[in-house]
Design a protein around this ligand. Structure first.
Ligand code: C2G
Length: 131
């Protein structure tokens, strides 16, 4: 059995998120998703996600292609998460290309292309513009 591990915030869940998770699922039989915590997002971006952690986790967990979810508390803990979840493949969007190559000593590392022209930031902006 090949175990896939991937990460993300998945705020305002959209088609780019679905495409990434479906493609990640094609790389193995079991998919675990680390959903970044509200606190991690605040420290990274200076704002909290629109959807809170429990809701983002519940949305991701409800997908047929996802078998397990957990809270990603820190960007620096990926090695621990890979070991804990016995991942064979780490999947990341290609905006991170090259950044996680050092984990190749623990598992395969695959960067998949992101879906063009959709982002949580743009969705927030377009809702703001319409109000
Ligand atoms: N994604 C995508 N296409 C988009 C937007 C997002 O393929 N247009 C992918 C991202 O590459 C990522 C996943 O969907 O694999 C989740 O996206 P985000 O929530 O934006 O993830 P991010 O905030 O970058 O969190 O440890 C890493 C962090 O948790 C990454």
């Amino acid at each position: 059995m090949t175990r896939v591990l991937t990460f993300g915030t998945f705020d305002l869940f959209h088609i780019g998120h679905v495409n990434m998770l479906l493609r990640a699922a094609e790389l193995g039989d079991h998919v675990t998703v680390g959903v970044s915590s509200d606190a991690l997002n605040f420290s990274k971006k200076g704002r909290y996600p629109v959807y809170r952690e429990e809701h983002r986790m519940a949305i991701v967990a409800s997908l047929a292609c996802v078998h397990e979810v957990f809270v990603e508390e820190s960007l620096e803990l990926k090695g621990d998460y890979i070991r804990e979840h016995r991942a064979d493949v780490l999947v990341m969007g290609d905006d991170w290309a090259g950044k996680f190559d050092h984990y190749r000593e623990l598992c395969d590392v695959v960067y998949l292309p992101r879906t063009a022209e959709v982002s949580t930031t743009d969705i927030i902006q377009s809702i703001r513009d319409d109000l």
